[in-house]
Design a protein around this ligand. Structure first.
Ligand code: PXP
Length: 249
């Protein structure tokens, strides 16, 4: 093994809640999935409380905040409502994401550069409350510089464009996206930011990203919850962990 710091795996359990909400009851329970993920080696649990509550609910966040042994990474839009919820639970980490009601998932990174002042004021109380503040952004120099200026400790680079290009067989685009991610991970790290990445990662796309030495954490959800249908959640997570470790070796 190399002597690089371990690459943490944050397991996003939003889509356990999506399945539950399809029937409106209590099954399957995202907290049960989170505890299973912990046992299978997840280094953290990520959950996104969306404005429309389409998957994770307020009660889920309360249960996760109370019962997890690993850090909770609370994904949220930069709204007053979400800030109040974060300040009530004080999760280990808060990841600020853009949110549009009509989107199917978090489609792009946050526009930090255009909203620098507002975001600087928005994250200050979260930092004072002891939350590690992460900003979900595209692998773009101007956004990374802005995230640094507003006082974020962590940036999470959006890997969606890289994963989409792979899935659609646009391999030149994929390789260009990968190169951009690699350069911007190094750039973020050079500014003193902790660099994370995520969105759309699968067994087919994780290895080249996990190999970036500056990365400290990957957040992966949809693929793992989908794969759990076929092989079970612990096995799905163990295989992702194995690929990440192999990439770092
Ligand atoms: N990171 C962030 C900031 C996200 O918003 C999401 C999706 O909720 C993920 C990672 C995980 O993406 P996926 O579910 O596609 O693995």
């Amino acid at each position: 093994m190399s002597d690089q710091p371990k690459l943490r795996l944050g397991v996003n359990i939003d889509h356990v809640a999506t399945v539950r909400n399809a029937r409106g009851g209590a099954y399957p329970d995202p907290l049960r999935a989170a505890k299973l993920a912990e046992e299978a080696g997840a280094d953290g649990i990520t959950a996104h409380l969306r404005e429309d509550r389409r998957h994770i609910s307020d009660a889920d966040i309360e249960a996760l905040a109370a019962a997890l042994s690993v850090p909770l990474n609370f994904e949220m839009a930069a709204t007053d409502e979400m800030q109040a919820i974060a300040l009530r639970h004080k999760p280990h980490a808060v990841c600020i994401v853009p949110e549009k009601r009509e989107e199917r998932t978090t489609e792009g990174g946050l526009e930090v550069a255009r909203e620098e002042n507002r975001l600087a004021h928005f994250i200050a109380p979260l930092r004072e409350a002891g939350c590690r503040v992460s900003i979900f952004i595209a692998a773009d120099r101007a956004q990374i510089e802005a995230a640094n200026r507003i006082g974020a400790e962590v940036i999470e680079l959006h890997t969606g464009a890289y994963c989409d290009a792979h899935a659609e067989g646009r391999f030149d685009d994929r390789d260009a996206e990968l190169e951009r991610l690699r350069e911007m991970a190094a750039f973020g790290h050079s500014l003193g930011l902790e660099v994370h990445a995520g969105h759309g990662l699968t067994y087919d796309t994780v290895v080249p990203v996990a190999a970036f030495p500056e990365l400290r954490e990957l957040n992966i959800g949809h693929f793992l919850i989908g794969e759990a249908i076929f092989r079970g959640l612990p096995s799905a997570i163990t295989e992702m962990r194995r690929l990440m470790d192999e990439a770092r070796a």
